[in-house]
Every structure is written in structure tokens, then in C-alpha cells.
Design a protein around this ligand. Sequence first.
Ligand code: FAD
Ligand code: GLY
Length: 657
Amino acid sequence: MTSDIVIIGGGVIGLAIAIELKLRGAKVTVLCRDFQEAAAHAAAGMLAPDAEHITDEAMKSLCWRSRSLYPEWTRKLEDLTGLNTGYWPCGILAPVYQEQGNKGVGIQGCQGESPAYWLETAAIHQYQPGLGADVVGGWWYPEDAQVDNRALVHVLWTAAQNLGVEIKDQVTTEAFLQQQGQIAGIQTNIGLIRADHYVLATGAWASELLPLPVSPRKGQMLKVRVPEFVTELPLKRVLFGENIYIVPRRDRSIIIGATSEDVGFTPHNTPTGIQHLLAQAIRLYPQLQHYPIQEFWWGFRPATPDELPILGTSHCPNLTLATGHYRNGILLAPITATLIADLIWEQKPEPLLSHFHHSRFHNQPSIPPMLTHSALTPTLPHSHTPTLSHSLTQHSALIIAGKTFQSRLMTGTGKYRSIEEMQQSVVASGCEIVTVAVRRVQTKAPGHEGLAEALDWSKIWMLPNTAGCQTAEEAIRVARLGREMAKLLGQEDNNFVKLEVIPDPKYLLPDPIGTLAAAEQLVKEGFAVLPYINADPMLAKRLEEVGCATVMPLASPIGSGQGLKTTANIQIIIENAKIPVVVDAGIGAPSEAAQAMELGADALLINSAIALAQNPPAMAQAMSLATIAGRLAYLSGRMPIKDYASASSPLTGKVTG
Ligand code: FAD
Ligand code: GLY
């Protein structure tokens, strides 16, 4: 395949950029893992820089510019496709309640180029009949608007196709191949793809490919419908309250959103989320309580630490970044497309872009947090401490069920010769998660007396496990006990469980059917389930689909120290997983730990290889270093394997004769 430009990610940002570049004459390909998972489908479509209270001056300017591009941009797209985007310059009304204070007092009625008007109690109720009785006033933002985001992405997709952009859905970019400071190609599930230039527009998933500080911020939404007996549209503008908004569409549907949850990529709507939205929406606009519900959904906003997008050049001259649009990606699509096309195609960088450059996150320590834990600092001579390029330092965090960990090595407490050795090893490993066999602690099995008290649970996250359970029912019971145990030890919010259902005493192989059944039930009960499984890609997918927080495939039989015997299957699991993959069981030596991490595993769980070593604390430290080395190697992108030798020194410029 030959293309001038490959865009990775086919959400609103990727498609908008593709169209802009195509219109300027580029040959463009868009690769998209899954068009349907894009946040663009989940959004509300508000074009709301004023209602969203954007305070950063450069961001405000970017948002206002984008909002002003909308009428012309959508008209152009509609002309290209004959389809409607639902752009509606309807304005946004932001009512306030008594307890929010009188937000009108002392605030200017006009923010720079964008007017805003304060309405007193009587005025707001007259202007918008049907508001909750306790609304005491509110702001009217006449320039804010909306677009039907689902219609918009459909129009963008169609326009791109009509213009001749090559769009490949269900194509996942797995890694960048870097050579001499350039992107030489991208590894995908359909093979190697090369282009002159690449654009990263993968939204909330950006950090899967590059060490960028982008993380998912989940939003739950629902939609009701204006009943037939209400003849006129009761709402003709967006209502924007605190933690709630109500977006009426011209097709008589009304979007209600949205939660904002830091729970990683945990899917599904939850009763709490929906209950919250409904309660807030009915308070703001009571007649909604009678409207039929049409749909629930959720999506993942691409959030950055400062809530601003990452736009512009990257560490490679032929890779451009356009991600992290957080709450305003629909709004920012036209300006992003224009500025990124100016940058790539015209080499005309807009000065405003410098404010959104990824390097703003560089003034953080150059040693990744995962290298700084106490176990390593005193033992590594300073001159040996690796300093890493910023891009690698940013990618150290492991997120499981919304909880962030710096260490990617988990350990256990079993099989140690003494509690002291176990304590020293846990410290030396630098791990933040330790798994504990609930049954053995409860029954005070040999080696488990006083174990729960032996570790500092204010620093270590307990991962209760269901070891010793032969059936799903037993495992569910023990998981509940585990949750109580974590609570008793001060971890009130710990809902993690490492699920083990192992009926076979000889090979200790997990029961896939029992594991799936128990996982389903435990997820329903609100557990973050980390199931221990044979390295079976189909099972891993099913467990992900039922809502597990990770999958934990075994490398080889538990406690065998045989190393990685299931590499091919683990690779498939990693390739397909959207949740962290933790390689568990069988790793015997640090080289095997590094190898598993080099494959792209998100974390490792190692117990026997540490506990049964001659010097467990030293081995714990070795495993920690190997885990870090493997991770960095994975992020760095290994060199391609070649069939023939290739000289280290270039031949060009060689003196001959
Ligand atoms: P996405 O739209 O998420 O698209 C990313 C695409 O990249 C996906 O299709 C994914 O499959 C693909 N991808 C990921 N990884 C890979 C890979 N390795 N290889 C290939 N493809 C890959 N914004 C507003 O302006 N107004 C709103 O009212 C608004 N409301 C929102 C409400 C909710 C509930 C949510 C969740 C978001 C809302 N947003 C809103 C934010 C907006 O939806 C996002 O900022 C915007 O969609 C981000 O666009 P994107 O193209 O960067 O990412
Ligand atoms: N911009 C609205 C949201 O992200 O929920």
C-alpha cells in the first residue's frame, strides 16, 4: 500500500483531518480499529466553549475559532455527501440553583468575543418554561451550539469515502517501527504499512501506542424521546447544569449526559450512573420524568492531565499527534483538521499549536516512576541509573479497574521460608500489588499465620485470591470473604479479586467454564475481577466481554518455573485485549519475565520464582528490573529481524581505491 499519509484512528478527529488533507491533494489512508468504539458516537455534540467554562486562554481561543468554523464546515460536508449533520446554532442555557450561589453577581456579561447574558429568576423561567422550581437564575450563551455527533461522524465517513480516502475499519495499529529517528512503518494486524507521514488520532487509546499521558474518562449517557402527544418541541436549546446536560435534537430525541468517571476502560452503564443522571435531569427539567427512555450508552473521553489536547509535531518528524481532546473533540474537529493539515501539508505551523505540544509534559522527572521505587534507588549506582527519553518515561503507569499502579510486577506471599523473607522480598520487588490466598489466611494454614498483618496495607494493594477453590460457587463465596478481609485491613474500597477455579490437583490447571461463570457473577456484584486462566484467547475475550478488569494467562503450569511455554497464545491475547494482560504462573527467571514484558504484557505476577530462590529478596529485585527492562524494550520497538547480516557502519562515504 502506498499513501502519502496514514491516519491512525477513524473517530471524529482522524476523519476530519483525513478529509482536510485529501481536499488539499494528499493521498490519505485511515486505519481504524473499531469505528463504533469511537467517543465520537457517544458524545452529546455540544459546541460549548462558553458553557464548559474553559479558562485556559489558548484553549478558549482554539475552541472559539472552531465553533466559528462550524457553519461553513458542516455546509461543505453536507454538500459533499447530500447528508445532514444536524448542526443547530441553538444556544445554551446554564441554569443555577440557590446552593450554587448567585453566579451572576460580579461576572461580566461578555467574555471577550463571546457574549453571555445573566438571567434573573423571573427572566429565566419566562425564557425557558418548564425548568425546575428551584432554579434561581442562569447564563444564556447564544453563540454555543450543537451538532448531531452521530450524524456528523456518518457524514465525515461518507465524505471521506466519496473523496477517495481509503478507509480501513477493523485494522489495529500495533506498533510504530522507528529507524534513525523516523517512523519507517507501522505494524498492524494485517501486516506492515508504510507511508511518508503518519498521524496519531486514536483518542482515549493513544497511550497504547505511544507514551503519551492520555487516559480514558468514561461518560455514561441516555436518551429519551418527546412523546407524540407533545406536539411542539418543548426544548429548543441545550440546558447545561452542574454535572448534567440536556440536549434536545430536532428529531424529538433528548440526550441526557453525562457522568465523568476515572475507571479506565470499564465498559457498560451502571445503575448508579444512570440514577444520578436521571435524578439531576428531572430536577433541572421535571417533565422529562414522563418521557419514554430510548437508549443507554457510554464512551471514553481522551483526557490529559491538564485537560488540553495534544496537537502538533512528535519526537519523529514524520509523525503528527492529534489526540487528548477530552470533553471537546466534537467542537474542536474543524480547527484541529485545519491546523494539522497546515502543519503537515503546507509546513505552516500555527503559533497557537505550541501551547498544545506534547513537550509541555516534559518538565517531569526524567527517570520513570517505575525506576524510582525505594527498592532500587539505594542499590543502583547513580551512574548506572538509566535516563530515558521523555516519551518512555510517560508510559509507566498500569491502570486496573481505574486504579493506577507504577509497578508492573505483582507478587504473592506463599512458599517463603519465613515471614521476614517474604517481607524483605515484597519490599525489594517494589511491587504495589500482593496477592493473598483468602482461604489459607482464614484457616491459618502453615506459613499463613499472621500473614495478613505482616505487610503494610497502607502502601500495598491487596489482591485477595480464591486459591484452593474447585468450583465457581466456592470461588464466589471466597471472593466475598476476600472483600471483607481487605476491608478489615483498611482497604474499604478494594473490590479486587484474583479469581482461581482449579479443580485439578495434579496440573493445577484452571477450569475455563467455572472461571467464566464465577467471573460473570462477581462482575455483577461489583468486583474488579482478575481471572487466572489457561492462555486461551477465546476465553480471554469472553472474560473481557463479561467485564473482567484484566486477564491473567499462565505462562506454564503454576509453580513449575518452566518459563514461557504459551508464547503464541499469549501474543494473541495481548493483540486482542482491551484490558490489561497480566502474565501469571510459570515464570522462573528474570529473562523470562523480561521476555513476557517484551511481548507487550501489561504486568506480571511472580511468586514461586521469588519465594523459592536461594536469595528471595535479591531475586525479587532482579524480577523487578527485568519487568522494567522488558517494558522499556517493548515501548522502544525492537529492531526487525533480518535474514542476512547488515554492517553496523554505513557504506556510503567509504574511501575506496
Ligand atoms: P475517538 O472519537 O474516540 O476515535 C478514536 C478512534 O481510534 C476509535 O474509533 C478507535 O477504535 C481508534 N483506535 C484506537 N486505537 C487504535 C489503534 N491502535 N489502531 C487503529 N485505530 C485505533 N465533545 C464535544 O465537543 N462536545 C460534547 O458534547 C461531547 N460530549 C461527550 C460526551 C461523552 C459521554 C463522551 C464520552 C465524550 C464527549 N465529547 C464531547 C468528547 C468527544 O467525543 C471526544 O473528545 C472526541 O470524540 C475524540 O475524538 P477522537 O477522534 O480523538 O477519538
Ligand atoms: N462535553 C460534554 C462531555 O464531555 O460530557
